[in-house]
Ligand binder design. Structure first.
Ligand SMILES: Cc1cc2nc3c(=O)[nH]c(=O)nc-3n(C[C@H](O)[C@H](O)[C@H](O)COP(=O)(O)O)c2cc1C
Length: 219
């Protein structure tokens, strides 16, 4: 795939086949993603990958927490989003729920759709990306670049992924499972694997604003 195809093909996939990615492919992809740039080349990302029984254990812990505990994120999301971001968030949810056949007022179905995050959308692999707790927004920028490079690397190998801020909500689960200290904060999760093209949610296509809304040219 050329670069344009990789960027255009990547999208958030929320349903996977029960097929493991070979370890050598995983290592190749993570080695490619590791070429992401960072300020002063500090390479601040830490990546914790779970598959098989480890993934099942984490899934059970996440589902239990999501049903019984208040979220306790290291980095709370700004909610509600102010305008115009809130409208974009709503439009994105409408698009996804339309494909999933969820009616606007169907709270039970919406809650079930949210819980799919904690089932990792049935992906055979999930990973969590963290950084040193001493860092803030400037270094999180580096980690974001890593995350996109990783998602594009997955796409270039014919694989799919979904970035998940939802998995940031219970960072202690990740720290406990991987034996991390409080010095590591969790920024996001990423479910990934082979797309199940029969899953309705995967028909979703999310558009973007015109660049006139975000780019300023001055000559
Ligand atoms: C940092 C980040 C966190 C996200 N968190 C979630 C999430 O928790 N659950 C989810 O279903 N999608 C999540 N997404 C996916 C976005 O909804 C998606 O990227 C956006 O709607 C654009 O759609 P596309 O990725 O298909 O192009 C996240 C994306 C990013 C970049």
């Amino acid at each position: 795939m050329n670069f344009q195809d990789v960027v255009k093909t990547r999208r958030s996939v929320r349903g996977y086949l029960p097929k493991m990615i070979p370890q050598e492919t995983l290592t190749r992809i993570l080695t490619l993603a590791n070429l992401a740039p960072s300020n002063c080349n500090i390479q601040p990302w830490y990546v914790y990958v779970a598959s098989g029984q480890s993934l099942q254990t984490l899934k059970a812990a996440y589902l239990k927490a999501a049903k019984n505990s208040q979220p306790n994120p290291d980095y709370p999301s700004p909610r509600p989003f102010p305008e115009p971001y809130r409208q974009r968030q709503i439009d994105c949810a409408i698009e996804l729920y339309k494909e999933m056949g969820i009616a606007r007022g169907d709270k039970a179905a919406r809650d079930a759709a949210t819980l799919r995050n904690f089932e990792f959308f049935d992906a055979p692999h999930v990973l969590f990306i963290g950084m040193d707790a001493k860092f803030g927004a400037s270094v999180a920028l580096d980690v974001g670049m890593y995350a996109q490079t990783l998602m594009l690397a997955l796409t270039s190998e014919g694989l799919a992924s979904c970035a998940q801020g939802a998995l940031r909500q219970y960072p202690d689960i990740v720290r406990d499972f991987f034996g991390l200290g409080d010095n590591i904060n969790i920024l996001m999760g990423l479910s990934f694997g082979y797309e199940d093209t029969t899953v309705a949610a995967n028909r979703t296509r999310i558009s973007r604003e015109d660049i006139a809304g975000s780019v300023v040219f001055r000559e």
